[in-house]
Design a protein around this ligand. Sequence first.
Ligand code: ZN
Length: 76
Amino acid sequence: MIPGPGAEIKLGSIVVLKKGHPCGENKWEIVRFGVDCKIKCLGCGRIVLIDRLELKKAVKKILEVPASAGTDQENH
Ligand SMILES: [Zn+2]
């Protein structure tokens, strides 16, 4: 799913940060989204802990957001 304007950062989103990882990649997956967030570098797989407010400030662009809110897996 391609996010439109106003897309929100949430669990599972793929984002580009203002500052990339030293490995050369600058795409990150949100693997935890709470007061503290964890983002995973898609280049090397390294997980970085970041404060939620810092994350919001650091995000330059949201590339992808998860298609579902995660509740439809319980429809059976
Ligand atoms: Zn990396």
